[in-house]
Design a protein around this ligand. Structure first.
Ligand SMILES: [Zn+2]
Length: 534
């Protein structure tokens, strides 16, 4: 049979106060009931055994009564009795704000810890908690204020703290220390032994660190340390990069394909670029690209090395850097990373000189920077492109998407790429506006030039129709050359077309004039000289 020992606390029948055995008189005069089963207790304060309460008549579940009593006495002693309370050390995890870039290009999320040493602060005051609103509906057993700050106490007698309660503590961000009495023998305990257990002997651990006057400065200090460590590691990484680069380059490398990277957007383009003036300087390999002196050159197969360098660099604002990554020496493939948009533009300008070849006279353009894609009504002519100079990028190898990106990121006002085998121009909204203003003003000459350049046929009839081969619609034979209109007749070559009868009489050739009967149609009249050639 279980011995009715180890109960060190009773509930005063009159006041409802919890009383430890040392605070009551011996026998039934203690006037207490069991806090668990509420039956009469007798204080046993003899000389042989440890002072304790015993039930006047043995309860059905003595074990429950003992557990409850142990729990209650421990928290009352913690809150009201002990002078010093031993606290375990605390280890705080601090997330590194690392500058180290992982192979995937992410910043690494390393954890470091800081430990606040175990200590034994003086208990200043304490209370047994009826309810703590911050972590309601869960209730720690006591709150203790010490010379090291305030915290909560959990007394574990049987079960560990359930996960919901643990989560509630974590959310409330309060420090909670657990005193573990689960291994403590319930029988034969004295009040003095109990005090020692509570103060220091019972195993203890932090259930939740919380934020308090101790932890905050410790975590700040750790943050500073982590920062310093990261900076040191970054330096090491850069040193390693220099070592990796050094033997990597031959005297000169031709790059066939470039992959320009701007932020998250890659713009693949191709062209021939020479690296020149390759030099090893301060441990770095540097080379000149057209328009870009001293670009950093790397030659590793793994682009992550560059990626992380680039990513790191991007994070350091205001220090533009260009990195050329050769995928392998001799493969003539390179990736150029740069945070300097001007450089990318210069590079593309250089490249398009090798690549600007637009045989088709007219391109229909797509306007970007609008909510919905739209086709530009006015097609873009070769002449227009010529006049745009460096503001146009044309390539036989970039995709429509890349052309789009070039305009979108304001490298160019007009970019021409390929899509499904067709040439496609993309223009900015500003250019779209300018083009839409280039409508003919109503004069014969302007209207015709516009129609010819924009490929908008109109009916042009030869009058008088004396030759079979000049019958019918002549529009397709009209061309614009240096701003003037010509009839490009097979076998005869270019013949000047005038819009003014005075010029026609003086200079001969051909005269074009509006058909008086049909609006939008034209008549082509030949001079005697021209007719003579037919
Ligand atoms: Zn009981």
């Amino acid at each position: 049979m279980a011995r009715d020992q180890g109960i060190l606390i009773g509930l005063d029948k009159n006041t409802g106060e919890l009383k430890t055995i040392d605070r009551v008189v011996s026998g039934k005069a203690c006037n207490c009931v069991c806090p668990e089963c509420r039956s009469q207790l007798v204080a046993r304060k003899g000389r042989q055994k440890a002072h304790h309460y015993a039930h006047a008549s043995l309860p059905d579940n003595l074990r429950n009564c003992q557990e409850t009593a142990l729990h209650l006495s421990a928290k009352i002693i913690a809150a009201h009795v002990v002078q010093f309370l031993s606290l375990p050390g605390r280890s705080f995890g601090v997330k590194s704000t690392s500058k180290i870039i992982t192979p995937s290009g992410d910043r690494s999320c390393r954890y470091r810890t800081v430990t606040i040493e175990a200590e034994e602060p003086e208990r200043l005051s304490g209370r047994v908690e009826p309810l703590v609103p911050e972590i309601s509906p869960y209730r720690p057993d006591a709150r203790v204020d010490t010379t090291s700050g305030s915290f909560y106490v959990e007394i574990r007698v049987t079960h560990p703290v359930p996960p919901e309660k643990q989560q509630a503590m974590d959310r409330a961000n309060i420090p909670v220390v657990e005193l573990d009495f689960s291994k403590v023998s319930r029988a034969g305990l004295t009040i003095e032994e109990m005090e020692v257990l509570v103060a220091s002997a019972a195993p203890r651990s932090w259930l939740s660190f919380g934020c308090d006057e101790l932890s905050i400065p410790a975590v700040s200090k750790l943050n500073a340390e982590v920062e310093a460590e990261d900076s040191r590691l970054h330096q090491l990484m850069m040193e390693q990069l220099r070592v990796d680069l050094r033997p990597a380059l031959a005297e000169q490398v031709r790059i066939k394909s470039l992959h320009l990277k701007l932020g998250d957007h890659a713009i693949p383009v191709s062209g021939f670029l020479s690296l020149s003036n390759i030099q090893f300087k301060s441990g770095f390999t540097l080379a000149d690209l057209p328009g870009v002196p001293n670009a950093l050159v790397v030659s590793v197969d793994e682009s992550w090395l560059v990626n992380r360098l680039f990513a790191w660099h991007q994070s350091e604002k205001g220090r533009p850097l260009t990195v050329i990554s050769l995928s392998a020496l001799g493969s003539h493939l390179a990736t150029v990373y740069s945070s300097e948009t001007d450089f990318l533009k210069r590079l593309l300008c250089h490249m398009h000189k090798n690549d600007l070849n637009i045989p088709a006279p007219i391109l229909r353009a797509e306007v970007i920077n609008r909510k919905f894609p739209m086709e530009l009504e006015t097609p873009i002519t070769k002449e227009f492109l010529f006049n745009m100079g460096d503001r146009v990028y044309a390539s036989s190898s970039i995709s429509g998407y890349a052309a789009h990106a070039l305009v979108k990121y304001r490298f160019y006002d007009v970019a021409i790429g390929f899509e499904d085998g067709n040439r496609r121009a993309v223009v900015s909204e500003d250019i779209a506006k300018q083009l839409s203003h280039k409508r003919p003003n109503g004069g014969i000459r302007e209207t015709l030039i516009h129609n010819i350049q924009m490929g908008q046929p109109c009916l042009v009839r030869f009058v008088p129709s004396i030759d079979e081969k000049l019958k019918g619609d002549l529009f397709d034979w009209l061309v614009v050359y240096r701003g003037e209109i010509f009839l490009n007749v097979p076998d005869l070559g270019r013949e000047r077309v005038y819009c003014n009868r005075g010029d026609f009489w003086k200079k001969g050739g051909l005269l074009i004039y509006p058909d008086p009967m049909r609006r939008g149609d034209f008549h082509l009249e030949a001079s005697r000289d021209f007719l003579g050639k037919l």
